[in-house]
Design a binder for this molecule. Structure first.
Ligand code: FAD
Ligand code: NAD
Length: 475
């Protein structure tokens, strides 16, 4: 077993690990990045954000083509070439991951294609693709091993007819009848992909609402759209049994009244959450503490209970989002490089890339209510937005959660076309401590959807040009 040394070892090359590695190299540290894939990317690039958004774009194009009739545009003979679409998605992934590989080389980062486990608080055992083991001594290490999908053991009998997100993104075929279990991010995004491409989608969610925890006035618009796109959406419903048959899988669904329904599906997509990938890394033996859900415990500097070892990204806690992982990676590296740094975001944006998109940042109304905090809400409906009219996208809403005394923007919620892009302005507003007057005084380009943020601030002051609101609602 050979023995090598590095200043900083990073285990896992997802958006957390590679962002950390790149910054560390830029700051002059000697870095070794370890991951089983040929290039960096992690779940986000290979099996998550990027392939799903590529396929969602295709599904949205189908919808746009169908909606073309409203503009007098009729596209005849729309056909889906699954093979070509799969290739397109694979090319996008390859282009981005190979690009990251180039950035590794340019920065002279040592990239090891393999896996690592801790031997002690200064040594990793690295296993390469041939199974060859070597020891890697480090001054500091960052654990960035991400998360994996939660499975439902009950569905084991359905065998290859059960898909997780990774298998669904492989896009082997477009099943006629698809059951989606879970009405969270993945269920809604990938359910939309398959429904858009032609599957009859039935979605079951065990809670009384889709996207539990997200403000209902935002979800309402999406739910309305999905009710048209999906065959059916069943809330407070779970799968209680599955039986594989020649022509599909017979699924028993139990609804909120306890009634059973038997339904035949070709495939089942399971999207019931993800859990941290903290097992099998030798963490316990070296005294790295995890919480009861398996997340590695970290402090504000992203330091674990072992001083030389840090943890970032999905493995280090919620929210399990790529941009949160990258930000934590930068914080950990700055700390390791001796800079004063802390993970203290005022706001982490979240986006569900459905049609319409839902995005929120900072405090939600549901959270403010639950905590009994004083807040005002200013809502600007997109029916009053000229840009939304030009786009044929009036089904949208921009809302601001505002501090009633100092007018500080506490939260922003958006639903509608391009909400995921618009939320960045809300994030900056919160981070900069902007108030409703700041947002209202900022000249926004016309006609754009970004004006809805400015007009929502005007709604707060009851003087929006395009939406008359005589009275302020105070909570
Ligand atoms: P990961 O990206 O999970 O990377 C961890 C890496 O560590 C992996 O490559 C893994 O192989 C490697 N690894 C694990 N164990 C070891 C070991 N022992 N040794 C070496 N390497 C190891 N987030 C968003 O923000 N936006 C989205 O649009 C979005 N879409 C998603 C869609 C889907 C279908 C899924 C599943 C997730 C999506 N996410 C999205 C979540 C996002 O992918 C994760 O939050 C993000 O990838 C977390 O980054 P990470 O660096 O913590 O870990
Ligand atoms: P999720 O936590 O977003 O949603 C899971 C849903 O499944 C919940 O609504 C839950 O109530 C439901 N559920 C759980 N068990 C169930 C059961 N037995 N029957 C029916 N419903 C059940 O999880 P996900 O959709 O798997 O996504 C995992 C994580 O990946 C997300 O939380 C997010 O952090 C990340 N992600 C982000 C994006 C994005 O940023 N656009 C996209 C995909 C995934």
């Amino acid at each position: 077993m050979s023995d090598t040394k590095t200043q900083l070892a990073i285990i896992g090359a997802g958006p957390g690990g590679y962002a950390a590695a790149f910054l560390a190299a830029d700051l002059g540290l000697q870095v070794t990045l370890i991951d089983p894939e040929a290039n960096p990317g992690g779940v986000c690039l290979y099996r998550g954000c990027i392939p799903s958004k590529t396929l969602l774009h295709a599904a949205h194009l189908v919808q746009d083509a169908k909606n073309g009739e409203q503009w007098g545009l009729t596209f005849k003979d729309l056909a889906v070439d699954v093979g070509a679409l799969r290739q397109r998605k694979d090319r996008v992934v390859a282009q981005l991951t190979e690009g990251l590989g180039q950035l590794v080389k340019r920065r002279k980062i040592t990239y090891i294609r393999g896996t690592a486990v801790f031997k002690d608080d200064k040594t990793l055992e690295v296993k390469d693709r041939e199974g060859e083991k070597s020891a890697l001594r480090f001054e500091n290490a960052i654990v960035a091993t991400g998360s994996r999908a939660v499975s439902l053991p009950l569905l084991a009998d359905a065998g290859e007819r059960v898909l997780d997100a990774t298998a669904a993104l492989d896009l082997e075929d477009i099943p006629d009848r698809l059951l989606v279990v879970g009405g969270g991010y993945i269920g809604l995004e990938l359910g939309s992909v398959y429904a858009g491409l032609g599957s009859k989608v039935c979605l079951v969610e065990m809670m009384p609402e889709l996207l539990p925890g997200v403000d209902r006035d935002l979800v309402r618009f999406l739910q309305k759209h999905l009710q048209g796109l999906f065959d059916d959406i069943q809330l407070e419903t779970t799968v209680t049994a599955v039986k594989k048959q020649k022509n599909g899988v017979m699924v028993t669904l139990k609804d909120k009244e306890g009634k059973d329904q038997n339904r035949l599906f070709d495939k089942i997509l399971v999207a019931v959450g993800r859990r941290p990938r903290s097992d099998g890394l030798g963490l316990e033996a070296i005294g790295i503490a995890t919480d009861d859900q398996g997340f590695i415990r970290v402090d504000d500097q992203r330091r674990t209970s072992v001083a030389s070892i840090y943890a970032i990204g999905d493995v280090a806690g919620q929210p399990m989002l790529a941009h949160k992982a990258s930000h934590e990676g930068r914080v950990a590296v700055e700390v390791i490089a001796g800079q004063k740094s802390a993970y203290a975001p005022l706001a982490i944006p979240a986006v569900v890339f459905t049609d319409p998109e839902i995005a929120w940042v900072g405090m939600t109304e549901a959270e403010a209510k639950k905590k009994g905090l004083a807040y005002d809400v200013a809502r600007f409906p997109w029916g009053a937005s000229s840009r939304a009219s030009t786009l044929g996208a009036p089904d949208g809403l921009t809302k601001l959660i505002v501090h009633p005394d100092n007018e500080r923007i506490l939260g922003v919620g958006l639903v509608g076309k391009g909400a995921g892009e618009l939320i960045a302005e809300g994030t900056l507003a919160i981070e900069m401590g902007a108030n409703a007057t700041d947002l209202g005084l900022t000249i926004h380009p016309h006609p754009t959807l970004s004006e809805t943020l400015m007009e929502a601030a005007h709604v707060f002051h009851h003087n929006a040009a395009h939406y008359y609101t005589p009275k302020r609602k105070s909570k």
